[in-house]
Design a protein around this ligand. Structure first.
Ligand code: A2P
Length: 338
């Protein structure tokens, strides 16, 4: 089994390597690719150093390719890799809404992964973090409408986004002008209600990804969702305040109990002890923290909650590796069709 990472030197690539070190996924060879900028550099994996290669224009001789080098690379090359027999698990948004491409969160729709035709899409990070917490509630109580407000870390813009927060903060504190490049405005000591491009309906593409992708993953095209997505000056965990209208009324206690049993979720909900989800505590964790569960003051029988999850882990690298693990568990890896 040959496993390749495309975009191995990026923020998600870095996490892919560390998740793979702890994963049960069996593979014989690991190939690392990035842009020509990184060619010849080495990355550590277990006790080895692996040389990063330039991503070729054409096929890659691997059984599984974890792609995290951005939408344009995936759009151009994932179909070529898939045509050559690889299973591509793509972290970009290029194929997520393609009807032929399953969009998979293993805690929610693992069986969808088996229907792939060469490409499997990894969901948007904000969508994935909320979805693991909302799915058990949706199954038990039926979500009718959901309103999201997000607090998204700079890691969502990759390593350069995190660098811009760190170097911008230093500039700010040392009295220099902060010049944004990745973000539309200075991010230190600010927040920016603008992630991805504005759409004709006034929402951003990031906000619409939450709408479109949650419906697809849940198999619930009628689900009503609205989202305001905001970039904040944190490094790597996204948080989300979510209000739910439910088909069947739920109490916070019932919801908490259900979520305690749910895979991929950690209930952190003891406000009197100052315990609730936060980026500082959810960073580096595999599980998504869920807390601040309370009865909605707007929707009778509905709920308000707060989630925080590591954008680079469940929001990207961890979910991608879990998809590969699921395929291997189902015996659906390693049988290339050349
Ligand atoms: P490189 O580090 O050589 O630029 P991030 O999301 O953190 O910005 O990381 C993006 C990843 O995608 C990096 O590994 C980057 O490599 C890689 N990458 C960017 N552009 C290309 C490209 N045109 N071909 C292959 N890899 C690319």
């Amino acid at each position: 089994m040959r496993l390749a990472i495309v975009g191995a030197t990026g923020a998600v690539g870095h996490e892919l390597l560390s998740v793979l070190e702890r994963s049960t996924l069996h593979f014989d060879e690991l190939l690392l690719y990035a842009s020509p900028r990184s060619a010849g550099s080495t990355l550590s994996f277990q006790d080895r150093k692996i040389t990063v290669q330039v991503t070729p224009e054409g096929a890659i001789d691997a059984d599984v390719i974890l792609a995290s080098a951005g939408g344009s690379v995936s759009k151009a090359l994932a179909p070529v890799w898939a045509a050559n027999g690889a299973v591509v698990i793509d972290n970009s948004s290029a194929f997520r809404m393609d009807e032929r491409v399953p969009l998979v969160i293993p805690e929610i729709n693992p069986q969808a992964a088996l229907t792939h035709q060469g490409i499997i899409a990894n969901p948007n990070c904000t969508t994935a973090i909320a979805a693991v917490a909302l799915w058990p509630l949706h199954q038990a109580f039926g979500i009718r409408r959901a309103i999201f407000s997000t607090y998204q870390a700079t890691s969502g813009a990759g390593a350069k986004g995190m660098d811009e927060l760190l170097s911008g903060t230093k500039d700010f504190l040392e009295g220099r002008k902060v010049t944004p490049s990745t973000f539309a405005h200075p991010i230190p000591f600010n927040l920016i209600p603008h992630i991805d491009a504005f759409q004709d309906n006034g929402y951003t593409k990031e906000e619409m990804k939450v709408v479109w992708e949650t419906r697809k993953i849940f198999g619930a095209p009628e689900l009503r969702i609205s989202c305001t997505a905001v970039r904040i000056p944190t490094l790597r965990a996204h948080s989300e305040a979510i209000t739910l209208e439910l088909e069947r009324p739920a109490t916070p206690d019932e919801a908490r109990e259900l979520l305690r049993q749910a895979p991929g979720v950690e209930v952190v909900d003891d406000p009197n002890a100052r315990r609730y989800p936060m980026p500082l505590t959810s960073s580096g964790k595999y599980d998504v923290e869920v807390g601040r569960l309370r009865a909605s003051l707007v929707f009778d029988g509905g709920l308000d909650l707060f989630v925080s999850g590591d954008q680079l882990l469940k929001g990207a690298a961890l979910n991608a590796v879990q998809i590969a693990e699921e395929l291997q568990r189902q015996g659906a890896l390693g049988a290339r069709v050349f």
